[in-house]
Each structure stands twice: as C-alpha cells, then as structure tokens.
Design a protein around this ligand. Structure first.
Ligand SMILES: [Zn+2]
Ligand SMILES: [Zn+2]
Length: 332
C-alpha cells in the first residue's frame, strides 16, 4: 500500500505526499528579491518590455505589477490574489497579498509582503503630447455641413476608441472643412480611406520634408479628403426630377428615381459637384382620391393640389419635398 514518502502516513496522498505534509512543505507563491517598476508620471502607464500599459492610477499600476511579479508553484489551478496597498512615500508602496490556489484538490494559501519601488519617467505618448507631436494632417473638405459634421464625428469617435498613442494634437474648423493633426501617419491614411468608403469622394495624399533623422528624410503627410455634398438618404433634384441617394462608394453614387418607373443608376460623384439638395421631407395629408386621381394638401403652402399617383400605386404614405418655390411629392 502507498504511504507518505515523508512521514509514512496513509492515503489520501498527492504525488505520494500526505495532505498534512503538503500543507507544511508546498509554498504556492513567492516573489523576486527586488520589485522595481517604471511608471509614467503623467498618465500612470506602466512600462513593460516593448511597450507601456495604460492605468488610471499609480495604485492600479502597482497592483498589476505586483500580481504579474508573483512566481507561482507548479501544478496549481484557480490562483487568486487579494492585495492591500499602503503608500510609504510617492515612490514606494508596501503591498500585502493573500494568495490562494488549488494543488491536487487541496486548497492552499500563503501570504506575501514586499515593498514596490517606483521609478518615474514620461512615456512616449505623454512626451509626444507635450511636444505637440504629429505625423500627419487629415483635411476633410465638403460643401455640405451635415456631411462635414458626420465625418468629423466619425474621426473623433475613432480617436476616442483608439489606444492612447493615437491622438490628435490639434484640430478645428477651417475654411471649407475641418483639420486634424494626428500622431500616426498610418492611422491617418486608414481614416482617410474609411471616410472615402463611407461617404464617397476621394483622397489626395501629399507630403513635405520636415527634417532628417538617422540619415533619412522625415516626411509629414497630408491627407486631403474631399467628400460629396450629400449623404446616403438625401434627395437630389436633377433636371427637374427627384432622386434619392441609396449608396455611396468612393467615386460613385447610386441614385434611385423617385417617380415611376423608379429606375436606379450609378453616377460619378464628380458630376454632382453642386447638386440641388432638397430639404427634409414632410408628410402629406391625402384629402381624397379616386383611382389614380388624388387631392393632396401641400404641407409647405397649405393649399390643396391635384396629383396623379404612379400607375398601380398601392402605398400608404405620400411625402413632400421642397426646393425653391416648388413642392415635389414622393409616393411611398
Ligand atoms: Zn506525510
Ligand atoms: Zn504617459
């Protein structure tokens, strides 16, 4: 029969050692002799090999550093750590930790306590922020405010959801559009491309020499994004006919004729440089109808208008769009 190799006790055994001897001999966690970390003094990011990890406070950076420094015994599962931090001075924290883990079905605990020393530096992102660093300029240009607002909002959203190293040093409205100074050429190029895919239009990339580093030219890139004057869903008046924009992709717009026979066509956005964009549509009250003869109330003039519906129209709603002094009816 198996017995404990240390004391001769009978099973249950874990790796031929009884539970009592396991508790006396297995130490589940320990720490290196020195705990020294590098933290950014302005954003609390923790320096780890190759990069910086973002944290909201020194305490959370210290906690992460301490936990990731723990050296665990082999063959453990369900490791857990409870930390208590006490600041000794701005660059020293005493950390007490209760560690728990499962070893061969046995729950074991051990306490750790050590001082973490902090060396403060400034991370790359913070030093770039402070220095007004930027690699690229993204210029958004369009004649239509609604298009500009939507594009600018998209860029801000992208910056907000990106890691800290992608930021806008400066940004603001300029004549004809909006400019962003951005910290990454690569991200600026990707954003310009995404804007073009979402809103249509085209991108013009230029660069200028801003200096030399390590024997190579340093270039600053400018991405000029020219967007159309309309968005998907807008109504355009082309040669006295109303079209709705149903799709935009780079240089092409898909338009749907809003009267019978409701044909669709692709057009080059460049041919629609100064389109007549209709105001938002209003609902139309149908006064009476007889077959395809309708009496409608024009919501802009409050006058009744005789109109003929498209052939075999069995829709329910009529909408009105206004351009200049003229009202156009859309049969939905
Ligand atoms: Zn034993
Ligand atoms: Zn920082």
């Amino acid at each position: 029969m198996d017995i404990c190799l240390k004391c001769g006790a009978e099973p249950p055994l874990i790796s031929q050692i009884c539970h009592k001897c396991v508790r006396e001999t297995v130490v589940i966690s320990r720490l290196p002799e020195v705990l020294r970390m590098v933290d950014c003094k302005s954003c609390y990011s923790l320096k780890i090999p190759g990069t910086w990890l973002e944290f909201d406070s020194v305490e959370s950076a210290v906690g992460h550093f301490f936990e990731s420094s723990i050296i665990w015994h082999d063959n453990l599962s369900q490791q857990k750590t409870d930390l208590t931090l006490r600041q000794l001075d701005p660059s020293k924290y005493r950390v007490m930790a209760k560690t728990r883990a499962n070893y061969g079905g046995l729950a074991l605990e051990s306490d750790l306590e050590q001082v973490v020393e902090i060396k403060y530096q400034v991370c790359q992102t913070c030093s770039r922020h402070a220095g007004g660093y930027y690699e690229a300029i993204l210029q958004i240009r369009t004649k239509q405010k609604s298009v500009l607002d939507a594009a600018v909002e998209k860029v801000f959203k992208d910056i907000d959801s990106s890691p800290a190293e992608f930021f806008s040093t400066e940004n603001g409205p300029v004549k004809g559009g909006f400019d962003f100074q951005l910290s990454s050429t690569e991200r600026a190029r990707a954003l310009a491309r995404e804007l073009m895919i979402q809103f249509g239009g085209h991108v013009n990339e230029t660069n200028s020499l801003v200096g030399r580093k390590d024997g190579r030219d340093l270039l600053r890139h400018t991405f000029g994004v020219r967007l159309p004057s309309f968005l998907v869903g807008d109504f355009l008046l082309i040669k006295e006919k109303v079209y709705q924009v149903t799709r935009l992709d780079r240089r092409k717009a898909k338009l749907k004729l809003m009267e019978s026979p409701y044909t669709k066509k692709m057009v080059e956005i460049d041919t629609l440089r100064n389109p007549n964009i209709l105001d938002d549509s209003l609902n139309v009250q149908i006064i009476s109808s007889r077959e395809d003869q309708f009496l409608l109330l024009d919501p802009y003039t409050h006058q009744t208008v005789e109109a003929v519906s498209p052939p075999n129209w069995n829709g329910k709603r009529v909408e009105a769009l206004r351009f200049g002094n003229e009202t156009f009816f859309i049969w939905n």
